[in-house]
Design a protein around this ligand. Structure first.
Ligand SMILES: Cc1cc2nc3c(=O)[nH]c(=O)nc-3n(C[C@H](O)[C@H](O)[C@H](O)COP(=O)(O)OP(=O)(O)OC[C@H]3O[C@@H](n4cnc5c(N)ncnc54)[C@H](O)[C@@H]3O)c2cc1C
Length: 416
């Protein structure tokens, strides 16, 4: 499918595609065949090769060691890396690192960029974003945030209980959301604060047991439950303006939602490619499975919906490069999450027992994709935003002007 991406986008994506086909996917196949986990030093070797091939960290400005691409231009590269379980890791474009890099780059001070962004890009540091809380804390409704940071002289004193902090087990620092003005509405009184892992009072409670996530890399980072007990950090650790945490999180999540869509679209596309190859070879009931109309139609539907999702994501990425594109991103995220889940499920079904087996990556993709309908806003939360937008400018006179009620019209007449 030709999407008329820019020449820059195509050039980088072409290099990424070669890297995936020549290096990353063969390494992934080996790991799947043996069931081994790829050690971290091999991922670091992939970073070096990605740098040599001029495709490392497409989302990061060149001055920090990346390719300096905007959302539209990074998109085809991110779709490419989504094709493998280790693709995004191999070029340092995996979540949540990539979103945290974006946040630091957008609103970090020069000192924060030198101390944290530069080593983060180079893989010398790992980070995590800590917003969600257990019990009656912030989740789908982030206004319910319970974590607090209170100023004491030139320090924040932070008390927080977080969970689902992705990569939290390994993180060297956390971007933590806490209420910093309890008298203000949470939208106006919440900040993002950088908390180093080694600060007193930071406790990694556990890796929350979850579906999937037993990736093929040695270091998964997990999804941590965390406690922050009277943790003191300097006020200079505020990320962006004080009390602007919601605005900054919105900016982070807008991009993060779309980059997830890009990677998951790549995952769905590879699943379909594997399924089609299987159907073309496998014979049953007197012909190849490829010839069965029941399957052909389902593949046709999957191709159509995936194309629609990729087109929506491209549109949303273009808009996000110009504005906050809140509704475009919500629509693209909700639609893509469902389409990629359905596509991967179909591909798994087409491959029969091989779909369930872990010689192929599809079973891993299947486990991974389910969370996408919940993380970065559950389907229902996006529908809520889209519905609010849809009803915002309703002209109530429209219905009266359009429907000319005929007082004498009987219900039976409507059957015509
Ligand atoms: C794998 C994974 C990784 C994650 N990584 C991170 C991370 O790095 N950092 C972080 O801060 N958080 C992370 N999260 C947390 C994630 O953002 C939350 O799980 C998500 O926002 C939903 O919040 P909740 O779990 O509290 O669900 P709840 O808020 O309890 O909602 C439960 C369900 O209710 C439904 N629902 C919610 N609102 C409405 C509504 N208005 N109308 C109808 N139905 C509704 C939805 O179906 C939703 O799934 C991660 C979660 C997972 C599973």
């Amino acid at each position: 499918m030709e999407y008329h991406d820019s020449e820059t986008a195509k050039a980088v994506a072409g290099r990424v595609e070669s890297f995936m086909d020549e290096v990353v996917i063969p390494r992934e196949r080996e790991a799947l065949a043996t069931g081994e986990q790829i050690p971290m030093h091999e991922i670091e070797d992939l970073w070096e090769e990605a740098k040599e091939r001029d495709l490392f960290a497409p989302q990061v400005p060149e001055e920090y060691g990346g390719q300096g691409l905007d959302f539209s231009d990074m998109l085809p590269s991110f779709e490419q890396v989504g094709r493998s379980l280790i693709g995004a890791h191999a070029i340092r474009a995996n979540a949540p690192q990539e979103g945290n890099m974006h946040t630091l780059e957008m609103v970090g001070t020069e000192e924060q960029k030198e101390e944290y962004l530069r080593p983060l890009v180079q893989g010398e540091m790992t980070s995590a974003f800590a917003m969600t809380e257990p019990k009656q804390g912030g989740g789908s409704d982030p206004k319910m945030l319970q974590s607090t940071a209170v100023k004491d002289g030139d320090e924040w004193v932070i008390n927080a209980h977080k969970w689902w902090t992705s990569d939290g087990l390994d993180a060297d620092f956390y971007l933590l959301m806490a209420r910093t003005d309890l008298d203000a509405h949470p939208y106006e009184g919440t900040s993002i604060i950088l908390v180093p892992r080694d600060a007193d009072g930071v406790e990694v409670v556990r890796n929350v047991p979850h579906l999937g996530g037993h990736g093929i890399t040695e270091r998964t980072g997990g999804h941590a439950e965390m406690k922050f007990d009277n943790v003191r950090v300097p006020v200079e650790n505020t990320i962006g303006e004080e009390n602007a945490g919601f605005r900054i999180a919105q900016m982070r999540l807008g991009g993060g939602r779309l980059t997830h869509c890009m990677r998951y679209s790549g995952m769905a596309e590879r699943s379909l490619d594997i399924a089609k190859a299987y159907l073309a070879e496998r014979e049953a009931f007197g012909s190849t499975l490829e010839e069965k109309q029941a399957l052909r139609h389902r593949i046709a539907d999957a191709e159509t919906r995936l194309h629609a999702a990729r087109t929506m994501v491209r549109h949303a990425a273009r808009e996000l490069d110009r504005s906050d594109a809140r509704i475009e991103v919500a629509m693209a995220k909700m639609f893509t999450a469902n389409v990629t889940q359905d596509t991967i499920d179909l591909a798994l079904q087409c491959c029969g027992g091989n779909g369930i087996g872990k010689d192929l990556p599809i079973a891993h993709f299947y486990e991974a994709v389910r969370a996408f309908r919940i993380v970065d806003g559950a389907d229902e939360v996006h529908r809520r935003s889209i519905a609010r937008w849809a009803f915002e400018d309703v002209d109530e006179t429209e219905i009266e002007n359009t429907l000319q009620f005929d007082e004498d019209l009987r219900i039976d007449d409507l059957d015509d």
